[in-house]
Design a protein around this ligand. Structure first.
Ligand code: SAM
Length: 475
């Protein structure tokens, strides 16, 4: 007896079951989770990959399959803006009227066709098979028709057709060509300054996957120890940094498992290093991290403080994140305390710290390489939401430091509304302060701008776009 189900036939061809491709089904599920539940791709992927490995077995779903699934998800999300512009030309209705799951399948197909080396026929047929499985045969025909149109040109050809000319509208051109929202292009350009070449390099860097960088927490691990790992090379700027040039599994490294080392972008390491190295007269015994969760900078500051004989207080508003800080600091060689407290209503006496870091909540526009969906989720209105908190946290930090002590105000966003504007506004209320030139505290790091604050950039430094202003209380 045939195992083919009885189906009404619309053509003379016998019904064929769609082929189930676990890699593409997984990629589709991840995209749906990001779209429907506002999930983060980097959090959704690991459990999906684990489930696929368990279900299919390690041979049917191996490391290469996992790498392809990850690339399909990250690439599709990053390039969504560009692919939307292309797909819009290939469908007969506005994109808003295309069912979101159908659009996810189309984007996944567009990425394979325009953003990978997968041969055209394989990209189309694999995506149509996926559509048959997850959308049904009817909608798979629509997917097939649209992808055949997308396949008629390569990415450069499409960009010439869908992006406005640079001379007519530079920001819109860059937004479509480099797949960033226009307002983000505009904000990044305002902060970076300069002409077309620089902003294009930055936008290109935002579309690259960042290397995995480790920090060897001083006094607990050495970079030499980490350099023994596969394809590990020294960091570019931080003496504690080691880059894993071929990615790998940091959780499998003993020093990382024990908390003596961690995963930390070099930009974040530089922020902690600059604050720790800022010149200080008088005692240097009490350091505060006022926005510590999940604890990356606190762990480095704690280790540096210990070398100096200083103690660290790490404070974080959210209790569960304070728990992560406690875990990050476990085994710190010097004294430390973790508290769950609102940094705008300090649980400590004014003027009681020698060094204070506030790495404030922000839009994260400096870390777009890591969070492929973030650029599409953020809205310009978010800036207004963060503004009072950023100012409040900096004000409290300035009240918490003693006269002569130093505050580091940091963001992982280069948006001027979150960086210089906050510092300038708050310092108007604190006349007895001065900005400390942070550039000499990062020896050997080029292109730090005109100072006294510093702005790091993915395309210039290979780091997240971290911002740091150092402020001393003078009276
Ligand atoms: C950018 S993150 C800090 C990252 C951290 N410095 C690290 O390197 O791991 C900002 C943190 O501030 C916390 N936060 C938000 N509002 C706060 C407040 N009013 N007081 C203290 N912390 C707050 C957030 O929960 C978040 O964990």
């Amino acid at each position: 007896m045939s195992d083919q189900p009885r189906r009404p036939r619309t053509s003379g061809k016998p019904y064929r079951r769609p082929k189930k491709d676990p890699v593409r089904i997984l990629a589709f599920e991840a995209l749906r989770a990001v779209d429907e539940r506002d999930a983060y791709a980097n959090l959704v992927l690991p459990p999906l990959l684990r489930k696929a490995r368990e279900k299919e077995g390690p041979e049917a779903f191996d490391a290469r399959d996992a790498a392809l699934a990850t690339e399909l998800v990250y690439g599709t999300l990053r390039w969504q803006g560009t692919y939307d512009a292309v797909i819009e030309r290939c469908v007969d209705r506005p994109l808003g009227e295309v069912d979101p799951p159908v659009l996810d399948v189309l984007s996944l197909g567009a990425h394979q066709l325009l953003g990978t080396r997968i041969p055209t026929h394989a990209a189309v047929s694999a995506t149509v098979e996926l559509a048959r499985v997850v959308l049904g045969d009817g909608r798979a025909k629509f997917v097939n028709a649209v992808l055949r149109k997308v396949a008629q040109d390569d990415l450069d050809g499409w960009l010439e057709r869908v992006a406005p000319a640079y001379d007519d509208d530079p920001e819109d051109h860059l937004a479509v060509v480099h797949s960033h929202p226009r307002w983000v292009v505009s904000a990044l350009w305002d902060s970076l300054g300069g002409g077309r070449a620089g902003i294009e390099e930055l936008l290109r860097a935002d579309n690259e996957r960042p290397e995995v960088t480790l920090v060897a927490r001083p006094g607990r691990a050495t970079s030499e120890e980490l350099l023994g790992e596969d394809a590990a090379v020294p960091g570019r700027w931080s003496p504690y940094a080691v880059r894993l040039t071929e990615g790998g599994e940091p959780g499998a490294i003993a020093a990382v498992r024990d908390g003596r080392a961690g995963v930390q972008d070099e930009g974040s390491q530089l922020v902690a290093i600059a604050l720790a190295n800022a010149p200080l007269e008088g005692p240097d015994r009490r350091w505060l991290d006022g926005c510590a969760g999940p604890g990356g900078k606190a762990a480095l500051l704690g280790a540096l403080a210990a070398q100096r004989g200083a103690a660290l207080v790490a404070s974080e508003k959210q209790t569960h994140r304070a728990g992560l800080v406690a875990r990050a600091l476990e085994g710190n060689p010097g004294p430390y305390q973790v508290i769950a407290a609102d940094g705008t209503r300090p649980a400590w006496r004014p003027g009681s710290f020698d060094r204070v870091l506030v790495d404030v909540p922000c839009t994260g526009l400096g870390a777009l390489r890591r969070r492929p969906e973030a650029r599409w989720r953020r809205r310009p209105e978010d800036l207004e939401g963060f503004a009072p908190l950023q100012r409040g946290l900096l004000r409290t930090a300035l009240e918490s430091v003693r006269v002569g002590g130093v505050v580091g105000y940091a963001t992982c966003s280069p948006h001027l509304a979150e960086t210089r504007a906050v510092v300038a506004d708050v310092l108007k209320q604190f006349p007895d302060t001065e900005l400390v030139d942070a550039r000499p505290l990062l020896p050997g790091v080029p292109d730090l701008g005109e100072g006294p604050d510093v702005q790091l950039w993915p395309h210039l430094h290979g780091t997240d776009a971290m911002y740091l202003a150092l402020i001393r209380r003078t009276g």
